[in-house]
Write a protein that binds this ligand. Structure first.
Ligand SMILES: C[S@@+](CC[C@H](N)C(=O)[O-])C[C@H]1O[C@@H](n2cnc3c(N)ncnc32)[C@H](O)[C@@H]1O
Length: 413
């Protein structure tokens, strides 16, 4: 892949830009295997990396808005300036080649709405202006979620006034909006979004259809950014855990589908719903973000599986502790016993010492670990010597960068 912004030095987001893609994959595989060397053995099945397209794969954009209301720039702050003396000049990245086909159209519609509403971009140096960013997600069905990050509610009415025009524009471009919202970020901090979300049209969910399963996503819920590779990841997870048992259960792979599974750090339930579809009768997901839990529960209702695929808001690191997870309004029917399989898919910091130790002591036969950080993955696996790494596969979620997702199937020895 080649990129004019990278060549001009005005965007540094893709450090592997220009490195042949086959080489990127081989290097990532070697790096992951080196980092996991102490926790794999001669019998571990190491699969070839799973790759999707090397460009046009990102389903989500978090764009900083700079420039003016009349001529907004949607992209990033200019990285060529020193952070301490940055004057707030931005680089327009609407044509970034990482985004899915159709997203550039959504960005142009957003820019037109900014101009129509007269929303002045937030000036980082002067601390003036209202619009901090635009966050866009595009579903595989080419429906959009558009979120305007504002400093305050002061210009909310102006934004509200241009929403009908924005909806019509997006419809005309073939990327209709499922959700338009305003997110409030009053603090002067380098964060992409704040806590408060005000839905202005549609929603509150966007449906992300992966492998035929319509996962509901709300504005503040996490979703994997690479749709094609995520489909491969979820399909492999279901296949590995159930031994390819299929919807009717069965004893494939020697073990067959577990009778129950937990999806820890479940987000909107991607792993949970794929396990359920592959024949796991009872699945329970745990996640801290309430909006993600609410979206997962809507998906369960929509799919007619709410009696056997359930979710709660709480801290996954305490899911196996004697006192259990944080109580919440939704977890009245949290499962009583331990499951036969656990999926963990934590942020970069990993599952940490407490959850590793609790899994090690639990007696649970199968753990599937999906990690975006091989370093913390290796640390966590070293804390669980009772489990043997049976299969491992790199999923290249982040082409053009050194980042990668790694899936490891662990069976109790
Ligand atoms: C890498 S994402 C994975 C989400 C989901 N498994 C998926 O495939 O989209 C990690 C998720 O863990 C959640 N999270 C972070 N810390 C957590 C904790 N201590 N307990 C439960 N969930 C947590 C985040 O909100 C986020 O949704």
């Amino acid at each position: 892949m080649q990129c004019p912004h990278y060549d001009a030095g005005e965007c540094r987001s893709c450090p592997l830009m220009g490195v042949p893609y086959a080489r990127q994959l081989a290097d990532k595989q070697a790096s992951v295997l080196a980092q996991l060397a102490d926790v794999l053995d001669a019998g571990t099945v190491v699969e070839e990396p799973f790759a999707g397209p090397e460009s046009g794969f990102r389903n989500k954009a978090k764009l900083v808005v700079t420039g003016s209301a009349a001529a907004p720039r949607l992209g990033i702050l200019d990285p060529r300036q020193h952070p301490k003396h940055h004057d707030g000049t931005g680089v327009d990245l609407r044509d970034c080649g990482l985004y899915l086909d159709g997203m550039e159209d959504v960005f142009h519609a957003c820019a037109a709405a900014v101009t129509a509403a007269g929303l002045e971009p937030y000036d980082v140096a002067a601390r003036t202006g209202e619009l901090k960013g635009v966050i866009v997600t595009l579903s595989p069905d080419r429906e959009a979620m558009v979120r305007f990050v504002l400093r305050s509610p002061d210009r909310l009415d102006a934004l509200r006034g241009v929403v009908p025009g924005l909806l019509a524009d997006l419809e005309r471009r073939g990327t209709p909006a499922a959700v338009v919202s305003a997110n409030l970020l009053p603090e002067h901090v380098a964060l992409p979004e704040g806590d408060q979300e005000i839905v202005l049209a549609g929603g509150p969910t966007l449906t992300m259809r992966l492998n035929g399963i319509g996962l509901r996503l709300r504005p503040q819920g996490f979703f994997q950014t690479n749709t094609a590779v995520t489909e491969g990841l979820y399909a492999a997870a279901a296949e590995w855990v159930t031994g390819g048992a299929g919807a009717s259960g069965g004893a494939a792979g020697g073990g067959g589908a577990p009778t129950s599974a937990w999806d820890l750090y479940c987000g909107v339930g991607g792993f949970a719903f794929h396990l359920a579809a592959a024949g796991v009768p009872e699945v329970w997901g745990l996640e801290t973000t309430a909006e993600a839990v609410a979206a997962a529960q809507e998906t369960a209702q929509e799919l007619g599986v709410a009696d056997r695929v359930r979710f709660a808001a709480g801290d996954a690191t305490r899911a196996l502790s004697p006192e259990g997870q944080e109580p919440s309004a939704d977890d009245g029917d949290a499962p009583a016993g331990l499951p036969e399989a656990v999926v963990v898919n934590p942020p970069r910091r990993g599952i940490g010492a407490d959850l590793s130790a609790a899994l090690e002591a639990s007696g649970i036969p199968t753990v599937l670990y999906s990690s975006c950080n091989p370093r913390t993955l290796a640390q966590d696996l070293a804390r669980m010597p009772s489990y043997r790494a049976e299969r491992v596969r790199v999923f290249d979620m982040f082409p053009q960068t050194a980042h990668t997702e790694t899936l490891v199937l662990l069976r109790r020895r």
